[in-house]
Design a binder for this molecule. Structure first.
Ligand code: SF4
Length: 497
């Protein structure tokens, strides 16, 4: 066998971030599994290898920044975990890893492990990836391992785990502004601190990606700046990427064979805003240009805010939906909205800025009305709730339960998640969930068990997932509904003892 000389810069991520997720929701479902889901189902159905060469958007940006700054195509390899042995060798100087869940501390992870048990797959697979890198590193004695990405903050507070994983440096924040300099410094074996601060660039200088991004993700904005104190985005002002960059990223994904595009933002409806005031015409103009790109399929999105929905007219919401769906036949485009609690007073005292100017006493009804407006515009809203917010009482939980019951006939989904502190303190666990919490979870999932299969099936069909895979996923979903129903009943009974 020929010895591998290795690429100077190798970029990779765990399987959940580099799999063949045809839709954004498919990627979220896979990333929500715990190790109680049999591994073959992950490998072959929920997070199978992609026939396209996809990578997390953050790694694509790093790749683009390096190529813009003196590195050549031959210097940089972006590869899935299974191909690392082909590119790591004596010439390798940097192995960059993007991680979503290095410690499993995110809200989704703590919630899923509390409900289903086991370990969240994104963390389990990061650990597996790091073990593989540790093994391959013997061939690359001069290489340094650098970990970044959305879950890097979790490793900043856990130095013992960093050492155990063999991570030399943790990068905090976006790095387009200084990644080339950091790579050169590492290649020159300069001393660098363990924690490396990323160097941000202004939105106009964010380089367009050079290859397909996982789930067809394209950023519309970065940051949020609304100010929720429990969120790492709270103080990071929202910056909008220029239309040319967004459209170039869409074209790159379509040229690579992606059928769906995921328009990523902390608040889609604020694209082009000044301060926190949405400008619907800016978003509509952008979506129109995205829709006109030949080959553009379903445009999905992740987040929006309740107060931003309120700033759109019914006609504008319908127009946004029409441009996102196009001719794909998708009937239930979703949009995630953080309602967090029906109790505005609890939100206000927890440091949430989501109320905008809404009176705390009116928050529950106001949020419900905005969800209903989205339904009327043809969306399937996905509301999220946070359990165990600081100061939460059983009355707050009961009030939110009544709020959920009031929406139970609507075509929407509601996902309760556990509060996740960002200061490194211990997150709430299953032991903190009361009988009221389990009732709330049960009421939400009564709705979700009915609506999620429809939403999932609809999105998969709209991006051309083959019939057989859709059927297999549906069967898996029905199996999980049965299992989860039993788990909710068991946890509720235990909490009542
Ligand atoms: S609105 Fe959402 S993204 Fe923005 S600061 Fe609050 S929780 Fe974070």
């Amino acid at each position: 066998m020929t010895a591998v000389s290795g690429k100077p810069v190798v970029l990779t991520a765990d399987r959940t971030l580099m799999a063949d997720h045809r839709t954004l929701f498919g990627g979220m479902i896979a990333a929500s599994q715990t190790t109680t889901t049999p591994r073959p189902l992950m490998d072959h159905l929920l997070a199978p290898r992609s026939r396209l060469s996809v990578a997390p958007l953050g790694l694509r940006r790093v790749e683009a920044a390096l190529l813009c700054d003196g590195f050549s195509d031959g210097d940089v390899a972006v590869v899935e975990p299974e191909r690392l042995a082909e590119v790591i060798g004596p010439e390798t100087r940097v192995i960059g890893v993007s991680a979503g869940e290095a410690c499993g501390l995110g809200m989704n992870s703590t919630t899923m492990t509390a409900i289903a048990g086991g370990e969240i797959y994104p963390r389990a697979l990061v650990l597996e990836l790091m073990r593989e890198i540790g093994r391959l590193r013997e061939r690359a004695p001069d290489a340094r391992v650098v970990l970044g990405g959305p879950g890097a903050w979790q490793l900043v507070a856990n130095d013992a785990l960093r050492v155990e994983l063999g991570v030399d440096h943790v990068v905090h924040g976006p790095v387009e502004g200084n990644v080339a300099g950091l790579m050169h410094a590492m290649a020159a074996e300069d001393d660098l601190p363990v924690l490396l601060e990323g160097g941000a660039v202004d939105a106009a200088s964010i380089p367009a990606i050079r290859g397909a991004s996982a789930m067809g993700a394209v950023e519309l904005s970065r940051g949020c700046g609304l100010g929720c104190t429990y969120c790492v985005m709270g103080r990071e002002a929202m910056r909008h990427l220029p239309e040319e960059t967004i459209l170039a990223d869409v074209r790159t994904n379509i040229a690579a064979g992606m059928r769906g595009i995921a328009a990523i933002s902390e608040d889609l409806l604020r694209y082009g805003c000044t301060g926190s005031k949405p400008h619907p015409e800016r978003l509509i103009a952008l979506l129109r240009q995205m829709r006109e790109i030949p080959g553009a399929g379903l445009i999905q999105t992740d987040h929006a805010n309740i107060i931003s929905v309120a700033a759109y007219s019914d006609a504008e919401l319908a127009q946004v939906r029409e441009l996102m769906v196009g001719e794909t036949g998708c009937r239930h485009p979703w949009m995630n909205l953080g309602v967090e609690s029906a109790c505005g007073q609890l939100l206000a005292q927890s440091g949430s800025a989501k109320l905008g100017g809404t009176a705390p006493a009116e928050w529950g009804e106001f949020a419900a009305e905005q969800l209903r407006r989205l339904v009327r515009a043809g969306f399937m809203p996905m509301a999220s709730l946070i359990m165990c917010l600081p100061g939460e009482t059983p009355e707050h939980v009961r009030a939110t339960l009544e709020w959920v019951k009031g929406l139970s006939r609507e075509p929407l989904t509601i996902f309760p998640v556990l509060y996740a502190p960002i200061d490194g303190s211990s997150p709430p666990t299953r032991a903190d969930l009361t009988r009221e919490h389990w009732r709330l979870i049960g009421a939400c999932y009564d709705i979700n068990f009915r609506e999620v299969p429809r939403m999932f099936r609809d999105g998969q069909a709209a991006v051309g997932v083959p019939w057989a895979r859709r059927m297999a996923l549906q069967l898996l979903g029905y199996g999980q509904v049965g299992l989860w129903s039993a788990l909710f009943a068991w946890h509720g009974w235990r909490a009542a003892q």
